[in-house]
Design a binder for this molecule. Structure first.
Ligand code: BT5
Length: 329
């Protein structure tokens, strides 16, 4: 089945790729629908937050891309041919104006047998979650997105999934022209020391096999949630970020994530690890890593182990840490 057979999405792509006006007749021809239907789909795009100018005689011109990260907004902005069906990750998209947690919704769908790629987005989360029972502030203006995976990686490599998601987010922001983002091990996207996005990977696995995993990402797009102040950053305030919308971040993230997951599934992760390491600000610094039960280890972060663990040089020996919170020593 074509992933983006939605005519409105096809129209948005054509308009996004054309600097001037596009006639209704041309849009009708290229989407294979009537001009009346074109008008109806343009209306839907406008309802979805796009700004489209309609000029009598000249046709339609896209002024601003869709803002809301719903199925239409995301499909309109995904790269690649509109109807090849090549998009596995990020399809279908279920959007909620409000939800407890997008991760909870995807986990429930996973238990009900949903296919890999199923994605949930929300405008607001009322119970957004971080790791270890912490909260993720999720007011309007941020992107909250979770995607279902049925990965072929063993449970021991799940840390890598989170790192790969963080890498995908930095690449997505690169693609959108937003400068200066980096990965902080194990699951943050930061700008200098400020947190721009967080990744939460949750999974159901037995000793050998991951039944399903959910990648959840929260990104501060329009603003920084009140109360976080200097500890957080937002996309719009970064160089190149002024015109970036939530739908743009969502589409670019899914575009960047899919090929990285394919590589993770298909074999050794050496080159992926190198790519994560090259983008990881934690490496080369002296850190204090606090584990789940509060125990701390201090040392120099010297690299990543094949499973995504952090390698720490400590008192002349090396230790590997699978998860934790990194503080600067
Ligand atoms: C994370 O946890 O960074 C993972 C966050 C994942 C959120 C997404 S949103 C979509 C999906 N659905 C969910 O329910 N969750 C996922 P952690 O490393 O534990 O960091 C949590 C800490 O980050 C908090 O204790 C705060 O200090 C800080 N924080 C909370 N909200 C923030 C925000 N909006 N921006 C920056 N920092 C924030």
């Amino acid at each position: 089945m074509p992933r983006t057979s939605d005519s409105a999405a096809v129209i948005a792509r054509i308009l996004a790729g054309t600097p001037g006006h596009v006639s209704g007749e041309k849009l009708a021809r290229e989407t294979g629908i009537s001009r009346v239907a074109v008008r109806k789909h343009v209306r839907r795009l406008i309802d979805g937050g796009a700004e489209i100018e309609a000029a009598r005689g000249a046709g339609y011109r896209l002024v601003r891309l869709p803002e809301r990260p719903d199925a239409l907004g995301i499909a309109a902005l995904r790269k690649g041919p509109a109807s090849t069906g090549s998009q596995r990750i990020g399809f279908p998209v279920e959007h909620h104006a409000r939800i407890g947690s997008t991760n909870d919704r995807v986990s429930a769908a996973a238990r009900d047998g949903a296919a890999e790629g199923f994605t949930v987005t929300a405008d607001v989360q009322e119970g957004g979650r971080g790791r270890r029972g912490r909260a993720w502030d999720s007011p309007a203006g941020g992107l909250y997105l979770s995607v279902l995976l049925r990965p072929r990686v063993p449970p021991a490599r799940l840390t890598l999934v989170g790192l790969v998601a963080a890498l995908a987010m930095t690449r997505a922001l690169d693609d959108l022209g937003v400068d200066g983002t980096a990965i902080k091990w194990p699951n943050d996207v930061v700008v200098e020391d400020r947190k721009l996005a967080g990744v939460l990977v949750e999974a159901a696995a037995d000793a050998e096999r991951v039944m399903w995993a959910v990648i959840g990402v929260g990104v501060n797009v329009a603003s920084v949630p009140r109360g976080l102040g200097g500890a957080a950053a937002s996309v719009r305030r970064l160089p190149g970020g002024r015109t970036v919308t939530r739908a743009m971040v969502a589409a670019a993230f899914l575009d960047a994530l899919e090929p990285l997951l394919d590589r993770l599934d298909s074999g050794p992760a050496d080159t992926l690890l190198d790519e994560v390491a090259a983008r990881c600000v934690t490496l080369g610094t002296t850190v204090r890593v606090v584990g789940a039960s509060g125990e701390a280890q201090e040392g120099e972060a010297i690299g990543l182990a094949p499973d995504g663990s952090l390698r720490l040089a400590k008192d002349g020996r090396e230790v590997s840490i699978a998860s934790g919170d990194v503080l600067r020593a």
